[in-house]
Design a protein around this ligand. Structure first.
Ligand SMILES: Nc1ncnc2c1ncn2[C@@H]1O[C@H](COP(=O)(O)OP(=O)(O)OP(=O)(O)O)[C@@H](O)[C@H]1O
Ligand SMILES: [Mg+2]
Length: 245
């Protein structure tokens, strides 16, 4: 469904990504894990066409999308939950959900999308008139996911959904994400710093470090975490002590 080939992104003289390849099948949950500054967010921003790659190609459902405007990428069915959620805390929950739909003219479909989001997250319906700043961190994450669902996407990218949340709330967020795949057939690309969480949720795992993919594999084959650890840190667990000193 999404093919990324030899992707390179630069910020001025800094090459943030080089030679990144991803191949994500319809209906799967793919996770990218990697340390701070690895290029995880940059990868997602390039897929959403917020950033323009300096080399490589991105295709979605068989169609090349690099160079497409971000709003047109959204129209093709790709939606994003950005790093840090970007909730408008002074706006109501409902206003947050409707942000970005102002230019849509298909009022009936918009209502259907809104109703579906409320059906998925009843709490957002109950709190629709409350200011979003009053929601808990977990609820704000649900709101950010709900907002991304407002365009009725087929493919969703989520940047660090666990950030700042208690483990129990993270469990709940992942239940929701897995449910979206089961019930809506959504294809998901999730970015995480923690490989543990990603290993539990993913079908396919990518480890990104220093702007390059160090490891690609079926999460089922990587459960012992050894290969992931080595790819993530650049050295194996056995040598961790020596290297740390
Ligand atoms: N707007 C920018 N201008 C210049 N350099 C940037 C910009 N955004 C990111 N970078 C640099 O590009 C590299 C990759 O950053 P990116 O934000 O993609 O990493 P990340 O894996 O998402 O990290 P984190 O886990 O901290 O969110 C880093 O070296 C970062 O400092
Ligand atoms: Mg990031």
């Amino acid at each position: 469904m999404l093919e990324v080939k030899d992707l390179e992104v630069r910020y001025g003289r800094l090459t943030a990504l080089r030679g990144v390849n991803l191949s994500i099948k319809e209906g799967e949950i793919a996770c990218i894990v990697g340390p701070n500054g690895a290029g995880k967010s940059t990868t997602l921003l390039a897929i959403s066409s917020v950033l323009t790659p300096t080399a490589g190609s991105i295709s979605f459902a068989g169609r090349q999308i690099n160079g497409t405007r971000p709003e047109d990428v959204a129209r093709l069915g790709i939606s994003q939950v950005p790093e840090g959620r970007h909730i408008f805390t002074s706006l109501s929950v409902e206003e947050n959900l409707r942000v970005g739909t102002a230019t849509r003219s298909d009022k009936e479909e918009m209502k259907r999308d809104y109703d579906r989001v409320i059906e998925t997250f009843p709490i957002l319906g109950e709190r629709r008139r409350q200011s979003a700043g009053k929601l808990s961190g977990g609820e704000q994450q649900m709101l950010a996911i709900g907002r991304a669902l407002m365009t009725n996407p087929r493919f969703m990218t989520i940047d660090e959904p666990s950030l700042g949340l208690a483990p129990k709330i993270v469990d709940r967020v992942y239940e929701v994400l897995i449910d979206l795949r089961e019930k809506r057939g959504l294809t998901l690309l999730i970015v995480e710093q923690s490989s543990e969480r990603a290993l539990k949720a993913a079908d396919t795992l990518y480890v990104l470090r220093n702007g390059t993919i160090q490891l690609t594999g079926n999460a089922a084959d990587l459960q012992d975490g050894k290969a992931v650890h080595k790819a993530y840190f650049g050295f194996s667990e056995d040598h961790e002590g020596e290297v740390m000193i």
